[in-house]
Design a protein around this ligand. Structure first.
Ligand code: NAP
Length: 312
């Protein structure tokens, strides 16, 4: 099979296209013949070495958290899947990833592909969807009618958060760059504030802020929270916790690929609630270019997706 891999931390230049033997499914594992892989921020952060304090990698490493394909081998002890099933894959960040023509992973890391999603949409579903779902359905304490501010609504996670928030009956404000205002309103946000033009600090108070950005955005979010409000964050950046000063709670969403989360996200996609956004599709061999685009800040309005069928 063709695959992208790296043997040391570094710039996107460490990514190389190689030909490897197909992996073999062991007990409780499936092999998925991959059609496409989503390019997530964590793929680039792992490759650069920025996440060394949090994840221990074994080299050589195939990157890629998200993928979609067809099961073509089933290990002993696997129930509920058949050869030929189309599935979405949530790859373990510390093991072989989805930038490859095939992957072997635990059967608990795959869910049936929602039939109405395209291949590219399905490759962009799970990592952002699970991040949105755990933040909103397992971390924040939400009830219908609450007001939320979602920072980064034009990103892959923020976009699915907007869709999920509307499904939960919330009043949704989001931040994005000025040129993406119409885009996030189209995803379902009730209103949007351009972070490169306007001051979200002038908003009225909201019940919950979801912070995907950190830094100055985190620091200024306290001002827009009601007393007793909640700030839920997903970034690993250090910050000054001002919860006591403002009388709010500050909680990190602990994102994991729990089967409960994978199945909830897949079901929401089946129901048409979550429709992942795809910014562009590239051939597998362009993985290094995709990481360069991410690091240059050129990724917006959803995921870049690597297409195995376009040829390595
Ligand atoms: N802790 C975890 O487990 C976990 C899980 C998932 C994601 N994350 C983190 O969450 C972040 C978002 O993930 P993602 O996949 O959605 O990334 P993404 O698709 O690359 O989107 C990032 C978005 O951030 C927006 N942005 C940049 N600066 C902003 C600002 N000052 N105010 C508001 N929006 C701003 C950009 O919006 P415009 O395009 O409008 O400029 C961009 O669309 C990443 O840092 C990721 O690593 C963490």
């Amino acid at each position: 099979m063709k695959a992208i891999r790296y043997s040391q931390y570094g710039s996107p230049d460490v990514l190389e296209l190689v030909t490897l033997d197909d992996p073999v499914a062991g007990p409780n594992e499936v092999r998925v013949r991959l059609k496409a892989a989503g390019v997530s921020p964590i793929d680039a952060k792992l490759r650069s070495g920025a996440l060394q304090p949090h994840f221990s990698l074994t080299f050589p490493k195939i990157p890629g958290r998200d993928g979609v394909g067809v099961i073509d081998q089933i290990g002993e002890g696997v129930a509920g899947f058949s050869i030929g099933d189309e599935v979405c894959v949530a790859a373990d960040p510390t093991r072989s990833g989805t930038y490859a023509e095939a992957i072997v992973c635990a059967s608990t890391r795959v869910v049936k592909k929602p039939p109405d999603l395209s291949t590219a949409q399905a490759a962009a579903l799970l990592q952002p969807g699970v991040s949105a779902w755990i933040s909103m359905c397992r971390t924040a304490m939400l009830s219908e009618g609450m007001s939320v501010l979602i920072h980064g609504g034009a990103g892959a996670v923020g976009g699915q958060m907007i869709q999920l928030a509307r499904h939960l009956g919330l009043d949704v404000t989001t931040t994005c760059r000025a040129e993406n205002i119409d885009y996030v309103l189209g995803l379902g946000a009730h209103r949007a504030v351009a972070y490169d033009r306007d001051d979200f600090g002038l908003l009225g108070h909201v019940d919950v802020v979801f912070d995907l950005i950190g830094g100055e955005t985190h620091a200024r979010s306290y001002q827009v929270l009601k007393a007793g409000g909640q700030l839920v964050y997903l970034t690993a950046m250090p910050f000054e916790n001002q919860a006591e000063k403002y009388g709010v709670t500050v909680t990190r969403a602990m994102i994991s690929d729990a089967p409960e989360a994978l199945h909830a996200v897949a079901q929401l996609a089946v129901e048409g609630v979550l429709i992942p956004a795809v910014m562009s599709t590239l051939p597998l061999a362009a993985a290094a270019d995709a990481h360069r685009q991410f690091e240059a800040g050129h990724v917006s309005r959803g995921r870049m997706v690597l297409n195995m069928e376009a040829g390595g």
